[in-house]
Design a protein. Structure first.
Length: 74
C-alpha cells in the first residue's frame, strides 16, 4: 500500500481533487481509461512519457482497493 500512497496523490487544488499520478496532472482515471481502451503498458508509456510502469500498477491497485469495500445490508 505504501507504493500506492507515494504514487497516487490527491490535492484539492489540482484536477478537481481527483487522484493523480505523483502530483502531476495525469489522473489515475486517465491511466485506467487507457487500460480499458486496450493499450498495453508499453503503449501507455509512449502515450504519456512522464509515466513509469510502477505508476500504472499503482493506478490499478488504487482502483481495485477503491472498489473493494464492504456493503452493509439493512
Amino acid at each position: 500500500m505504501s507504493d500506492v500512497k507515494s504514487r497516487i496523490t490527491v490535492n484539492a487544488k489540482q484536477c478537481g481533487g481527483r487522484p493523480c499520478i505523483r502530483g502531476m496532472r495525469i489522473r489515475a482515471a486517465d491511466v485506467l481509461d487507457l487500460s480499458s481502451a486496450g493499450l498495453t503498458a508499453e503503449q501507455k508509456l509512449v502515450e504519456m512519457p512522464d509515466l513509469e510502469n510502477e505508476d500504472i500498477q499503482a493506478a490499478l491497485q488504487y482502483a481495485a482497493r477503491a472498489l473493494d469495500h464492504p456493503v452493509l445490508a439493512a
